[in-house]
Design a protein around this ligand. Structure first.
Ligand SMILES: *Cc1c(COP(=O)(O)O)cnc(C)c1O
Length: 414
């Protein structure tokens, strides 16, 4: 019987196998046909500490037994209050306000709405958004608008709003900074960036001093700076936030993916008092007009509080450092790969000929190669990357790199 399920980012016409996963543990997934799969990509970048961390499981169970869901407009609950307070304490000042939503994409939509609301409420409406080439900010219409244009959104281009895209940093990045200086003169509302690592754009890295320079230009020009740390947050780049490495504090911060340790959907958009105060008024027309049915779902908030407990009580940064070191050693030992690179817990390289290319013809063969080896590696075209849960052991990491070495040999450019 064929399944009625329509999968995301899946070409059903290729009839690629879609395994049934029955359970998970740590860095492993287990399928209905009895295979143990190593999760080399943290189930699409969400699983930080490992699957089914006992404290997160316990928090979800306990909260589900007490309060499942409550409208969040005009009502509140303990898990959301605790989580918001602890996020404010954990994230850099002055990010003192926490707006909840359900996914990375919605956290970006909220950030954009905060930015435009800020300018309108101040009586100087601005709407232009600046972005970085190759950026990715989600698959909703606003997220796609501020992200890279390509085959994955060409059907929807007529819906997307125009943005000011800055060139990706080349060399020391002066090209990006010059473009940003020029663009800021036209009084845009905000710049949105993925700090230090452009994930879906192909695991492209740029240095902290450039991030700091971009932030400074925005601050000097009075342009809001939005950091989309949906992927880079929660230790992925070696520090809690990627912004930390540059000493950068954004005006608006987007977090999701690892916010619940990867167990359940939740997102936050954090903002400075200046942005919050621009919306606070006795005039209802000035409120932030955004909500979703499950805003700040108590079960999701409880999972996120448990994630924060893990960050407080367990040596998470040490695990991250160790994982980074291990990735660096293994990446350096690979032959026949292009542009091997490691940043924090993220390792990437290109296989076969040339640069990254999302529809590269070797893509499907590469994917099949990893499937055959029971590895959850999902190449982006011919870019292969490893971004595992922090708990992965050396044996599983070795198996991933053996798989990559075999792919590099098999698909070597002739
Ligand atoms: C994944 C991602 C998003 C979108 O998050 P979803 O939860 O998939 O909607 C947005 N921004 C960045 C940087 C991401 O990596």
């Amino acid at each position: 019987m064929t399944s009625p399920v329509w999968h995301p980012f899946t070409q059903h016409g290729l009839d690629e196998p879609i395994p049934v996963v029955t359970h998970s543990e740590g860095a492993a997934l287990f399928t209905a046909d009895g295979r143990r799969i190593i999760d080399a990509i943290s189930s699409w970048w969400v699983t930080t500490h490992g699957h089914r961390h006992p404290r997160i499981v316990a928090a979800i169970q306990a909260q589900a037994a007490v309060l499942d869901q409550i409208i969040f407009a005009g009502w509140t609950h303990e898990p959301a209050e605790t989580l918001a307070q602890r996020l404010v304490a954990m994230m850099p000042a002055p990010l003192a306000h926490v707006f909840f939503s359900d996914s990375g994409s919605t956290s970006v939509e909220v950030a954009l709405k905060m930015a435009l609301g800020y300018w309108l409420n101040r009586g100087e409406p601005r709407h232009r958004i600046l972005t970085l080439d190759h950026g990715y900010h989600g698959d909703t219409v606003g997220g796609m608008s501020v992200g890279a244009r390509g085959v994955y959104n060409q059907a929807y281009t007529p819906l997307l709003f125009d943005v000011g895209a800055l060139p990706f940093p080349a060399g020391h990045g002066q090209n990006t900074l010059d473009a940003l200086e020029a663009a800021c003169r036209e009084r845009p509302a905000a710049l949105i960036v993925e700090p230090l690592v452009l994930g879906a754009g192909g695991m492209l890295f740029y240095p902290p001093d450039l991030l700091a320079a971009m932030r400074n230009i925005c601050a000097a020009a009075g342009v809001l700076f939005i950091a989309d740390e949906v992927m880079t947050g929660w230790g992925r780049t070696g520090t809690l936030l990627a912004c930390d490495q540059a000493g950068v504090v954004p005006d608006i911060l987007c977090l999701s993916k690892g916010l619940t340790g990867g167990a359940i959907p939740l997102a936050v958009t954090m903002a400075t008092p200046e942005i919050f105060e621009a919306h606070r008024s006795t005039d209802k027309a000035k409120m932030l007009f955004h909500s979703s049915s499950y805003t700040a779902n108590p079960i999701a908030c409880a999972a996120a509080v448990a994630n924060l407990d893990i960050w407080r009580d367990e040596p998470v940064l040490e695990r991250i450092r160790t994982l980074g070191d291990r990735q660096r050693l293994r990446m350096a030992a690979l032959r026949d790969v292009h542009n091997p690179r490691v940043f924090g817990t993220i390792a990437a390289c290109e296989i076969g000929a040339g640069d990254g290319d999302y529809l590269a013809t070797i893509g499907p063969a590469l994917a099949a190669h990893f499937r055959e080896r029971d590895l959850l590696v999902r190449p982006m075209g011919n870019t292969v990357y490893v971004m595992p849960p922090y708990c992965i052991d050396t044996g599983d990491l070795d198996a991933i790199y053996l798989g990559i070495a075999a792919a590099a040999e098999r698909f070597r450019a002739r």
